[in-house]
Design a protein around this ligand. Structure first.
Ligand code: MN
Ligand code: MN
Ligand code: MN
Length: 298
C-alpha cells in the first residue's frame, strides 16, 4: 500500500492534489473505526492533498487521535481531535461530531464505559434466557460477535446455533424482541447527554450531515441544549441542503463545519479534501472555543 502511494505523488487522490492552501477537512475515519487506512496514513493523505487541517472523527472512539497527532506534527498538518457519536434523539439516531476535544482520555473512558454496558446488556439477556430454561452461555454469544460490539442479532445467532430457535424471527418473537421475556433495553447516549459530554471534554458539538433534517424546527431544540454548529458541507448533501443549512447556522449563530466523511475513497466528492471546506470556518470554530474559555474565566 505504502509503496504504491509513494509511486504516485497524488497518493491515489488526484482531485485533491496540488490544491492551494487554505482548505481543511473536518470529518474523516481511520481503522480506529470503519476507515480503510490507519490514522497516520489518513494524515499522510491529508498532507499530500495540501490540507491545512484535518479532524479525525472516528465512530464512538478517539483511539486514533494520538497517532494522528504524531503524524500531524511530523507533516505540518493541524490535527483537530474529534469523534462522531451515535446519539438517540427520541427513537431516532443522530450523528453528532465532537470537534476540538481537549480531554481526549476522559471522553474515551466515557465511551468505553458505554461499550462495557453493552457487553453487560448481553450478559443480562443471557441471564434472563437461563432463567427461562435456555442454557445459553455468554461465551457462545461472544463467539457469534467475533470480538465486535455485541448486539441482539448475535444472541439470536447463538440461539439458532444451539438449536433453541429455528431462525432470527423466532428468536425475537419468542425471547429478544420488545416486550418479550428476555428483552433488555439498550443503553444509548441521548442527544442531550452527548452534547453535555462533548462540552465537559472541551469540544464543540456539531450535527453531522443533517441533510433534510437541517430545518429550524429540528435544530432549535438542540440550540437550547447548547449545540455549537452544523455540518454544512458533506458529500451526502444536495446543493439545496448546503444552502439551507448554511443559512440556518447563520440564523442561530452556530459555527459551520464540513468534510468529506472520508473512509478511504480515492475518487469523487468523498475523496479526502474533496468538499473544499475553507480554513476560515475552522478559524470561527477556534473563536467560539476562545469565547467560551473567556466566559468560563470571567
Ligand atoms: Mn462510517
Ligand atoms: Mn455519520
Ligand atoms: Mn462519518
Amino acid at each position: 500500500m505504502t509503496a504504491r502511494l509513494d509511486a504516485d505523488p497524488a497518493g491515489g487522490n488526484p482531485t485533491a492534489a496540488h490544491r492551494p492552501p487554505g482548505f481543511v477537512d473536518l470529518h474523516s475515519h481511520s481503522t480506529a473505526s470503519d476507515g480503510a487506512l490507519a490514522p497516520a496514513e489518513v494524515v499522510e493523505t491529508a498532507a499530500r492533498a495540501g490540507l491545512a487541517a484535518l479532524a479525525l472523527t472516528d465512530h464512538d472512539t478517539l483511539a486514533g487521535v494520538a497517532a494522528a497527532r504524531e503524524a500531524g506534527e511530523r507533516l505540518g498538518v493541524r490535527i483537530v481531535a474529534g469523534v462522531e457519536l451515535s446519539l438517540m434523539d427520541g427513537d431516532k439516531e443522530v450523528h453528532m461530531l465532537g470537534l476540538h476535544i481537549a480531554r481526549v482520555d476522559a471522553l474515551q473512558a466515557e465511551l468505553e464505559a458505554v461499550r462495557d454496558s453493552r457487553k453487560s446488556r448481553a450478559e443480562q439477556i443471557v441471564a434472563k434466557l437461563n432463567a427461562l430454561g435456555v442454557p445459553l452461555t455468554v461465551d457462545a454469544v461472544f463467539v457469534q460477535a467475533a470480538g465486535g460490539a455485541v448486539g441482539r442479532p448475535h444472541i439470536a445467532r447463538a440461539l439458532i446455533a444451539g438449536g433453541w430457535v429455528r431462525d432470527q424471527r423466532e428468536a425475537f418473537d419468542k425471547y429478544l424482541g420488545a416486550g418479550r421475556p428476555a428483552n433488555v433495553e439498550k443503553q444509548r447516549i441521548t442527544i442531550a447527554d452527548g452534547i453535555r459530554l462533548i462540552h465537559e471534554c472541551g469540544g464543540l458539538a456539531v450535527i453531522a450531515h443533517p441533510g433534510g433534517d437541517g430545518r429550524r424546527e429540528r435544530v432549535e431544540p438542540l440550540v437550547a441544549l447548547g449545540l455549537d454548529g452544523l455540518e454544512v458541507k458533506h458529500p451526502g448533501h444536495s446543493g439545496e441542503d448546503t444552502l439551507r443549512i448554511a443559512a440556518l447556522a447563520d440564523f442561530f449563530g452556530l459555527v459551520k463545519s464540513g468534510g468529506s466523511d472520508w473512509h478511504g475513497a480515492t475518487n469523487g466528492p468523498r475523496v479526502l479534501g474533496g468538499m473544499q471546506v475553507p480554513e476560515e470556518w475552522l478559524d470561527r470554530q477556534d473563536a467560539r472555543l476562545e469565547k467560551r474559555r473567556t466566559a468560563a474565566v470571567a
